[in-house]
Each structure stands twice: as C-alpha cells, then as structure tokens.
Design a protein around this ligand. Structure first.
Ligand SMILES: Nc1ncnc2c1ncn2[C@@H]1O[C@H](COP(=O)(O)OP(=O)(O)O)[C@@H](O)[C@H]1O
Ligand SMILES: CC(=O)OP(=O)(O)O
Ligand SMILES: [Mg+2]
Length: 436
C-alpha cells in the first residue's frame, strides 16, 4: 500500500499534440490522503475529455464531462472552422471550459504536455525559459510536432499562469534500446556529436500499453511488467511499431525523426534515402509551405516526406477509415494504400518476432487505426498465423462493443485503447518532485 502525501490536490490538465489532433484530458487527483490499494488503481480521475481532430483541415471539436456532477454542453465532432492549428485549438477548448459548471480553472496545478522529441531528456522537465529553448532547438527533428506543442505551451503560460507546465517526452521510453540497434551505419565521429541516432517515438503510448497489457496478462496468470515481451503496433496518423523485451523498449520503427518506419497520414515512412534527390531538385531548399508552420524551418525534402506523402498522397484523404471504406467499394488507390500499409507492418512484426527470439506474449494493436480498423487487423493477423498469432473473427469484429483498456481478439492478439494523456497525468500525480 502506497500513502500519498496530503499536500497533493487540485486538477491536472494533459495535452497531447499529435500530428492531426490535440487531445485534452482534465483529471482530478484522487483523495490526497487515501492509500493506493494496488497498482491497478489510478491516482487520477478523468473529469473532462476533449479533442480537436483533423487540425489544419476542417477541424472538428469534441467535449464531454465524464465525472457526474460536472455540467457541460456535450459536443461530438462539431465543425470548428476557427481552429487552424494546435494553439487556436487549445484556446477554443479553454473558451468551452469556461462554460463548464463545477470547474474552476484556477484549480489546475499542473499542465502535462506531450513533447514528441526530447533529444537527450530522459525524464519529464518543468518548462522554464531554458527547457523551452532546448525543446525549441529539437523542433527540426519533429517538424509536425514539437513546434505545435510549444505553441500550446505558450498559450498555457499566458492563460494558465498559476499552473506549472511540464514536458513529457515520447522519446524517453526508448532510451533502453541497445546502441547497436539505435546507431546508424554512418561515421560515428560525425553522428555522435550531432546526436544522429534512432530516438523512437510514441513512447508515452508504449508505456501506457505496457502497463495495461501487463496488468491484463497478469490477470490471466502471466507475467509482471519486467517479464513482458510484446510486439506493439501504434497505428494512428503517425504509425510505429515497438519490440518490448522484458518490459523495456528493444527496438522501434521510427528513428532520428518520426519520418522513419511505417507510412502515415501524410508521411512516406522509410524510403530509399537517395530517392528524394531523384524526386525533386530542390531537396535542400526551405519550402514556402513551411513558412506557415510556427517555430519550425524545414527543407523541401522534409516537407515532402512529412507533409506531402502517405495516405493523402496515395488516395487524397488522410482518413484511414475512409480508405478502408473505399477499398471495400473497389477503389484501386485505396487498395494500394491498404496493401502497402499491411506489407510494411508485416516487415516489422516479422523482424521483431525474430529479434525477440519468438518469445512474444502478445501482438498488440493500438492508435486511432489499430483500435478501429477491423479489416486491417484481420489481414495482418491472418498473415501472422505462422508465428502462432490466431485471430478470433467474432472478437475482432466486436471490439467496439467491449469496454476496457485491453480487449482480447484472439490467441495472443490484443487491442489496447492507448491513452497518452492518462500516462502523463498518472506519472505527474505520482512524481514527488512536482509536489514539494
Ligand atoms: N473507423 C476507423 N477505421 C480506420 N481508421 C480510423 C477510424 N477512425 C479513425 N481512424 C484513423 O485514426 C487516425 C487518428 O489516429 P490517432 O491515433 O488519433 O491520431 P494522432 O496521430 O493524431 O494521435 C485518423 O487519421 C483516422 O485515419
Ligand atoms: C510521433 C507521432 O507520429 O505522433 P502522432 O502519431 O501523434 O502524430
Ligand atoms: Mg497520436
């Protein structure tokens, strides 16, 4: 039993700036004097869940109170034409929060920010002038993310001046990747001082999934976290895979930047590195479209590979749900995007199975696509039968009807509803140094 100090009270706001969305959760700390009876009890309770989706093109807004007693006008995927970027999305949320009866924003003690690239930061840091500027210097290495998150931090510093802003990094989870896996085969005298290596991303999601799945497996009389071996697929607007060995990241598909590995909504994923010089003669030029992005300067090559490729380039839509629908209606572009995604996913599942010497407790699907795309899960898992992963078609189809963070959809195949906001709020509530 863990006693929490009595001084911990107030609200924690968690902000997740993804490439296509801003996900926002507001939590109340569980009764400060109460003991935590076991590891499955969360130290925080969700009060408000909100999100802005498809930011930068026809943004939509959702806002709902989860805790009884808080009155808000419930909104689901309402058009939000005023929202053009993450900062205006956050301001839009704050305006709605004002109307929520029962919530005083002065009670927000900490604001947790998901920062995709943390460079050599392995632990969360409180935002100060110097940490802010350090994160800013990493913006070029996560052009769809760090700048957007920093713009939200700026709004926080003005609108919630009494609250601490704390940065939580996607990269932290992957610091355990062995050097021979995180190094590229390039001159290390140049690579090391410049930090040119694999960092890996979606780490807050993988940390959440690891805990949730370990808990789930333990119920079925399997292992605690330090014994858990998983292949996890985080498939969202940005998609990545992770091999987890004994509860630690062993390899992941993204690299120095989130552009490597699996393709995504607007990202090409891994290509022949010289392809870009054949695709355009202007690879090194600073692009015009990059000028509209705050705090970030990127080249034409980075703009093409991050913003002008992926599902959008192949099919004209960033919505993988729409691609699956069009595929079922015989659309050839949608079929190509679908087949290509399956092919690249299999590359990683096969490689990671081998790297983990076949000792894999479960293959886990997560992220906006992984949690919802029944057809994609079916095709992927059916191809993995030879590795001992067997899908239960009924369970796969019925995931949406089953509650809970982890849903079993076959023999050693799981869906995990990942929650990066909860991962940050939970860590924040339990971290002594933030509550002195
Ligand atoms: N029913 C669905 N089937 C397949 N994909 C879906 C479905 N619903 C949403 N998606 C996909 O999920 C993606 C968003 O995933 P998410 O993990 O929330 O993204 P982000 O990277 O912004 O965090 C959307 O781009 C959309 O393509
Ligand atoms: C790292 C990354 O690509 O994140 P997201 O999927 O949230 O855009
Ligand atoms: Mg995301």
């Amino acid at each position: 039993m863990t006693e929490r100090p009595a001084s911990r009270k107030g609200l924690i706001l968690s902000l997740n700036s993804g490439s296509s969305s801003l996900k926002i959760s507001l939590y109340r700390l569980e009764s400060s004097s109460a003991a935590v009876p076991d590891s499955s009890d969360e130290p925080v309770t969700l009060i408000i869940s909100s999100s802005l989706s498809s930011i930068s093109r026809d943004a939509t807004f959702s806002f709902a109170a989860v805790e009884p007693g808080v009155q808000v006008e419930k909104l689901k995927d309402e058009p939000a034409p005023q929202v053009k970027d993450h900062a205006s999305g956050f301001t839009y949320f704050l305006d709605h929060l004002k109307r929520a009866v029962g919530i005083d924003r002065e009670q927000i003690v900490h604001v947790c920010h998901r920062i995709v690239h943390g460079g050599d930061y392995f632990k969360p840091v409180v935002i100060t002038k110097s940490t802010y500027h350090h994160i800013e210097t990493l913006s070029d290495l996560a052009p769809l993310h760090n700048g957007a998150a920093l713009s939200v931090i700026k709004v926080c510093l003005t609108e919630l001046p009494h609250a601490n802003s704390i940065a939580y990094f996607d990269t932290s989870f992957h610091y355990t990747i062995p050097t021979h896996i995180s190094s590229y085969a390039i001159d290390q005298k140049i690579a090391r001082p410049k930090g040119l290596r694999k960092y890996g991303f979606h780490g807050l999601s993988y940390a959440y999934i690891l805990r949730a799945v370990s808990r789930h497996l333990k119920k079925a009389s399997l292992s605690p976290i330090s014994d858990t071996n998983l292949i996890v697929l985080h498939l969202g607007s940005g998609a990545s895979a992770c091999a987890i060995q004994k509860g630690r990241s062993f390899d992941t598909s993204m690299g120095l930047t989130p552009a490597a590995g699996l393709p995504g909504a607007t990202r090409a994923g891994t290509i022949d590195p010289t392809l870009i010089f054949h695709y355009t003669h202007d690879a090194a030029k600073i692009t015009h479209s990059a000028i509209g992005m705050r705090d970030v300067g990127i080249t034409e090559a980075e703009d093409i590979l991050n913003k002008r490729s992926g599902w959008n380039a192949l099919t004209g839509t960033t919505d993988f749900g729409a691609i699956i629908k069009r595929r079922s209606q015989g659309d050839a572009d949608a079929q190509l995007a679908f087949d290509l995604f399956v092919d690249r996913i299999l590359d990683f599942v096969g490689a990671y199975f081998l790297k983990l010497s076949g000792a894999v407790d479960a293959l886990v699907f997560s992220g906006g696509i992984g949690e919802r795309a029944v057809d994609l899960r079916k095709v992927v898992v059916d191809q993995c039968k030879c590795l001992g992963f067997v899908l239960d078609d009924g369970k796969n189809t019925g995931v949406g009807d089953v509650e809970g963070e982890v849903v079993e959809i076959g023999d050693r195949v799981l869906v995990c509803r990942t929650d990066e906001q909860l991962e940050m709020a939970r860590e924040c509530a339990l971290e002594d140094r933030f509550w002195v």
